[in-house]
Ligand binder design. Structure first.
Ligand SMILES: NC(=O)c1ccc[n+]([C@@H]2O[C@H](COP(=O)([O-])OP(=O)(O)OC[C@H]3O[C@@H](n4cnc5c(N)ncnc54)[C@H](OP(=O)(O)O)[C@@H]3O)[C@@H](O)[C@H]2O)c1
Length: 249
């Protein structure tokens, strides 16, 4: 028996990294999972990789029209959504003096606006007792250089979980945050670059993590499963750091 037998789940940004690892685990635990992403070829590859129990819907979370199309498909096919893992997001470095409007808008549109409307528009499909998990980051609680805007987007997400826990109390929908430390995903590799300097930056991250290495996407997925399942039935409004200790010591 799986922990999510019969559940319908959404994983935004489910075609790569943390989202894909979570989608796989949710399917293995018995859920039917909808995954989204902007690139059709990545979506097709993810759906093929997982096989059964998964539906891919192309779309940008920052586009309200794309979100409306997604939820209308879920409504038509399944009629409900028990679990929302609002995970889609991206990071870009920009020293404070070099932050420009385009960088600010990209970060806030994808990470904050997209996440807010992913959850808000999912709510009419969610039965009472559903679970919402939001991906923030340990960076939201740190003062790392060149992270002014990205860190602020992730702090906003942590704040959403507090307010929505109150807003959704009557419906018994639990809202929690998972905050990864540095995790070896395509997203992180793209951020750091494949150059020797990028490799050095990666090693630098590993050194500042008490556990002494980068995390694996599967390690985040297991924490998300905990927050999405009845195993965490008395947990809401919290932030679960899965960060190798980076934000804790
Ligand atoms: N890896 C880390 O070290 C780390 C640490 C802390 C927090 N996080 C957070 O974890 C989440 C996942 O990151 P990851 O490392 O797994 O990255 P990843 O491997 O790049 O995966 C990101 C996923 O999100 C999708 N995506 C990005 N922007 C989107 C948008 N606007 N609309 C729809 N889909 C979008 C991507 O597909 P498309 O590009 O095709 O849209 C992809 O499926 C992000 O929120 C990130 O900020 C990551």
């Amino acid at each position: 028996m799986g922990k999510l037998d019969g559940k319908v789940a959404l994983v935004t940004g489910g075609t790569s990294g943390i989202g894909l690892a979570t989608a796989k685990l949710f399917v293995a635990e018995g859920a039917h999972v909808y995954v989204t992403g902007r690139r059709q070829e990545k979506l097709d590859a993810a759906v093929k990789e997982v096989g059964a129990g998964i539906t891919g819907v192309q779309g940008d979370v920052a586009s309200l029209a794309d979100l409306d199309r997604l939820f209308s498909q879920v409504k038509q096919e399944k009629g409900r959504l028990d679990i929302v893992f609002a995970n889609a997001g991206a990071a870009e470095f920009a020293p404070f003096g070099q932050v420009d409007e385009a960088h600010f808008d990209r970060m806030f549109d994808g990470n904050v606006k997209g996440l807010l409307f992913s959850v808000q528009k999912a709510l009419p499909l969610m039965p009472d007792g559903g679970a919402v998990v939001l991906t923030s980051s340990v960076v939201g609680s740190k003062g790392l250089s060149a992270n002014t805007v990205y860190a602020a987007t992730k702090a906003a997400i942590r704040s959403f979980a507090r307010t929505w826990t109150t807003d959704l109390k009557a419906r018994k929908i639990r809202v929690n945050v998972v905050s990864p430390g540095p995790v070896d995903t395509a997203g992180l590799r793209e951020l750091l670059g494949d150059s020797p300097e990028g490799q050095q930056r990666k090693q630098g991250f590993a050194q500042i993590v008490p556990i002494g290495r980068l995390g694996h996407a599967d390690e985040i997925a297991r924490a998300v499963l905990f927050l999405a399942s009845d195993d965490s039935s008395y947990v809401t409004g919290t932030e679960l750091f899965v960060d190798g200790g980076m934000g804790q010591v």
